[in-house]
Ligand binder design. Structure first.
Ligand SMILES: N[C@@H](CCC(=O)N[C@@H](CS)C(=O)NCC(=O)O)C(=O)O
Length: 216
């Protein structure tokens, strides 16, 4: 339950990794929410109606506590701030909190924006796979190094955090782009562990109402 009593609404697309991050966070905090689907392939994110929620024309947007929030990482921070029970998505310990934010930043600023649909369209059909591979691999190399120091069962020690909310969708994306994940044993082991947690399972793209079925 949210603290306002009104059910939040998540503007989301099943395959959007940024929406996926927020779905995980809402599930981890047991916040019941409904979804409004914004089909990125049909350009529904660029309509004036949707841009009232997210002026940048991107998903996600979250309506919660009578406010409309955008940008997945600050949204997760808001959720954690307003629902201060476990799991704490921003760890209380300063250094662990730094690690959780640093890992989230590698993904949210250093990988995802460079392989976002709108960027790949500009790069063009011919070059887009090589472009996406290079930037994903470059980011995952840095991430694996960071995890050597920070990881326990999960990205930061043994507690689930915002870093895990960012990691799982990014690995999902890497698999979509057929990136070889064998050089990343720490992150793939964490991803495997997280895949058994219901909050992560329920947030998976193939569990969403707009999932079109395998092979689509
Ligand atoms: N920094 C933003 C990025 C949002 C973003 O790039 N969303 C993608 C989907 S993951 C999107 O809507 N792309 C549509 C487009 O670029 O046209 C966030 O974390 O929310």
């Amino acid at each position: 339950m949210t603290n306002s009593g009104t059910k939040p609404i998540l503007y989301s697309y099943y395959r959007s990794s940024c929406s996926y991050r927020v779905r995980i966070a809402l599930n981890l905090k047991n916040i019941s929410y409904s979804q409004e689907i914004v089909n990125l392939l049909k350009g529904e994110n660029k309509t004036e109606t949707y841009k009232k929620y997210n002026p940048k024309g991107e998903v996600p947007a979250l309506i919660i506590d009578g406010k409309t929030l955008v940008q997945s990482v600050p949204i997760i921070e808001y959720i954690d701030d307003t629902h201060q029970y476990k799991p704490r998505l921003l760890p209380e310990d300063s250094y662990k909190r730094y690690q959780a934010r640093m890992i989230s930043e590698i993904i949210a600023s250093g990988i995802q924006p460079l392989q976002n649909n709108s960027v790949l369209k500009r790069v063009g059909e011919e070059k887009k796979t090589e472009w996406a591979h290079d930037f994903i691999k470059n980011g995952l190399d840095a991430l694996e190094k960071a995890l050597e120091e920070s990881a326990g069962r999960y990205c930061v020690g043994d507690e689930v955090s915002i870093a895990d909310c960012c990691l799982v969708p990014q690995i999902y994306n890497a698999r979509r782009f057929n990136v070889d994940l064998t050089p990343y044993p720490i992150m793939t082991a964490i991803d495997e562990r997280l895949s058994h947690i219901p909050a992560f399972k329920q947030a998976h793209p193939n569990q969403q109402p707009d999932f079109p079925g395998e092979g689509n």
